[in-house]
Design a protein around this ligand. Structure first.
Ligand code: GAR
Length: 190
């Protein structure tokens, strides 16, 4: 199974997947890692691991459709079985969703459909929920919408800040993402 991973930030979940592949825990090939901006930690982590990288900086495109077209083209050129949004903070367009229909995965730091969007942890904390968590799902054209593959609950502590809560969610999220990819890879080889 070949995957392309898309990132916008530090790429700590990406690192967990890289490590799981390196240790043999995860039997798949990371064909490439891409970002929607230059200079992300995620791309640096991938390059350090010898993985092919690409950047399609959103800001360099005047037209969203042109950006989306280029992202679709590059991802497709790596012939992935799945494309994984791992902290990719950009909504992809119809062309991308059609190209990777049912094979575009997203990980989100909340129990969807609660608290979608760029601030899932902050919004859960502000609402006052006592339990939140993380979700891995097949992404469609919406914001953090699409069929749910797996979820894990994380308790909110009285003294949690966005950072402490997100830190514990990310620990659960890494395991959840690796387990979900392992199960997809199993099915792929059968
Ligand atoms: C992860 O918690 C991921 O779920 C979240 O960004 C973080 C990326 O962390 N994504 C979203 O909020 C998408 N709506 P990382 O760059 O350290 O892996």
């Amino acid at each position: 199974m070949r995957i392309v991973i898309l990132v916008s930030g530090t790429g700590s979940n990406l690192q967990a997947v890289i490590d799981a592949v390196a240790s043999g825990e995860l039997d798949l090939e990371i064909a490439a890692v891409g970002a929607d901006r230059t200079g992300t930690g995620g791309v640096a982590r991938a390059a350090a691991a010898g993985i092919e990288t690409f950047e399609v900086p959103f800001k360099e495109y005047t037209d969203r459709a042109a950006w989306n077209h280029e992202l679709t083209r590059i991802c497709r050129s790596h012939a992935p079985d799945y494309v994984v949004s791992s902290g990719f903070m950009r909504i992809v367009g119809e062309e991308f969703i059609t190209a990777f229909d049912g094979t575009y995965l997203n990980t989100h730091p909340a129990l969807l459909p609660a608290f979608p969007g760029a601030h899932g942890v902050r919004d859960a904390l502000a609402y006052g929920v006592k339990v939140t968590g993380c979700t891995v799902h097949i992404a469609d054209a919406g914001v953090d919408t699409g069929p749910i593959l797996a979820q894990r609950a994380v308790e909110v502590h009285e003294d949690d800040t966005e950072d402490t809560l997100h830190g514990r969610i990310k620990i659960a999220e890494r395991t959840l993402l690796i387990e979900t990819l392992a199960s997809l890879a199993d099915r792929h080889t059968v």
